[in-house]
Design a protein around this ligand. Structure first.
Ligand SMILES: Cc1cc2nc3c(=O)[nH]c(=O)nc-3n(C[C@H](O)[C@H](O)[C@H](O)COP(=O)(O)O)c2cc1C
Length: 420
């Protein structure tokens, strides 16, 4: 079991190193972290990671909504001893957060997902493998040791592929399936559209597919749902660049690379997804099924009725429906609609310890950390992710203890205030 440094121990270490002029490469302030990361990646990768749908109003709202809540610290609670670890679906969390599934990070750095997995092992933090990862779930699981992992599933147009991915997740020790339901079509992402840039066409983010026997069978023969694609790019310098990049990213024959990327774009989303499929999935696996992308209290009720084991209240970091509510805006109402012990996680806009505290206070059992760990990855690879995760662990611990809490149970709605 990994020993997590307490905030006090880590603060001491940081200040003592400071005497010798040694400073962290990873900024402690989230705005500075974001600004620094931008300098380390290509403009296309930056826009893909940092961008959101249309005018990006929902991404901005995620932040303002979290900021509008204020913590009301309670004093003199003797919390010299405190623990904020949690257990969720047989998964141990040193602090109440997991690493969110984020796809196509091989655009940011090579072997990105394996580096993140290694950072998770070092910090004891569970990792949710993305269905759009740049490294296969098996290669990530190998470096994680005993650290817990879950698998995030996109329901493609092939149920056989869905089942194959779920089986692989079971085999590599994942403890839950997170079914993302808000991306049955790709959102209208203005920055990527302006560039005409979709990472998957360059074979970024398709490793779960190209390592899958069912998908590769379709690549090598035919998939019954396949349609002839008539739109062809013109032949320019950029086309040559694209081809070279695709070639570099794909470990296999070039013709197969082209075909894999194109077949993927036809299969990976499924607008026909409906609630009955949750019970079907439940009948095919013993793993808990958690539905990610819930914003409406009625849908939280649907998830319970469909037999789901938990939900993630999420607007996908504002990448899907521009103008959608912030996740935190809906959390109290959703918690009232689906009371404990039903498990609720939340993401979208989590940037620091006080955001985690507010989400727990408003009814979440845990949160998912999204873009900030990618910023750490961009700056310093595995070490960068580790630092971002440790900073959040420590920042949360101090926020909770300075607010008078000794455990997650003590963080409740009396600890926060919404002005107005
Ligand atoms: C670049 C990028 C790629 C993402 N890829 C996935 C994905 O493959 N699967 C998924 O369920 N969610 C994906 N998400 C959504 C995250 O899991 C999470 O909901 C979101 O990042 C939360 O917003 P925040 O990062 O602003 O806190 C992605 C988010 C980003 C920024």
């Amino acid at each position: 079991m990994i020993k997590i440094q307490t905030a006090f121990e880590r603060q001491r270490e940081i200040y003592i190193r400071g005497i010798a002029g040694q400073r962290s490469d990873i900024p402690f302030n989230s705005a500075e972290l974001r600004a620094k990361a931008k300098k380390y990646v290509s403009r296309a990768a930056w826009d893909y990671v940092d961008g959101a749908a249309s005018d990006e109003a929902t991404m901005a709202r995620n932040r303002t909504a979290l900021d509008e809540y204020r913590i009301i610290p309670k004093m003199m609670r003797n919390n010299s001893a405190a623990s904020f670890s949690a257990e969720l679906f047989d998964t141990r969390l040193p602090a109440p957060f997991l690493i969110a599934p984020i796809g196509a990070l091989d655009m940011v750095t090579k072997r990105a997902d394996v580096k993140i997995a290694a950072a998770c092992r070092q910090t004891g933090t569970p990792f949710i493998f993305s269905n759009q990862a740049g490294d296969s779930m098996e290669s990530c699981a190998t470096v994680m040791g005993e650290t817990d992992r879950w698998f995030q599933l996109y329901w493609s147009k092939s149920d056989d592929l869905v089942l194959s991915l779920v089986k692989r997740a079971e085999d590599c020790g994942c403890k839950a399936i997170v079914l993302t339901v808000d991306t049955t079509m790709l959102g209208w992402r203005s920055r990527d559209l302006s560039r005409g840039y979709l990472p998957f066409l360059k074979a970024y983010g398709i490793a779960q597919y190209t390592s899958d026997p069912v998908f590769m069978k379709y690549v090598r023969s035919r998939w019954e749902g396949e349609v002839q694609n008539d739109s062809k790019p013109g032949f320019t310098i950029d086309t040559i660049r694209h081809i070279l990049q695709l070639r570099a990213n794909y470990k296999g024959p070039f013709k197969e690379a082209m075909r894999s990327a194109q077949l993927f774009t036809q299969m990976y989303t499924n607008p026909a997804l409906h609630w009955e499929q949750v019970s079907w999935l439940k009948s095919k696996t013993n793993l808990p099924v958690i539905i990610k992308g819930i914003l409406h209290p009625d849908d939280a009720g649907e998830a319970v009725r469909a037999g789901a084991d938990g939900i993630v209240v999420s607007n996908h970091g504002g990448r899907q429906v521009n103008g959608a509510v912030a996740s935190i805006d809906m959390l109290p109402e959703i918690r009232r609609a689906v009371p404990r012990p039903f498990k609720i996680l939340l993401d979208s806009g989590i940037r620091n310890g006080s955001d985690v505290f507010k989400a727990i206070a408003l009814g979440a059992d845990a949160v998912l950390l999204g873009r900030p760990y990618v910023y750490g990855l961009a700056i310093a690879g595995q070490q960068g992710v580790e630092s971002v995760v440790r900073n959040l662990q420590n920042d949360f611990e101090l926020t909770a203890r300075l607010s008078g809490c000794r455990s997650l149970d003590e963080i409740n709605s009396t600890c926060v205030h919404l002005p107005g």
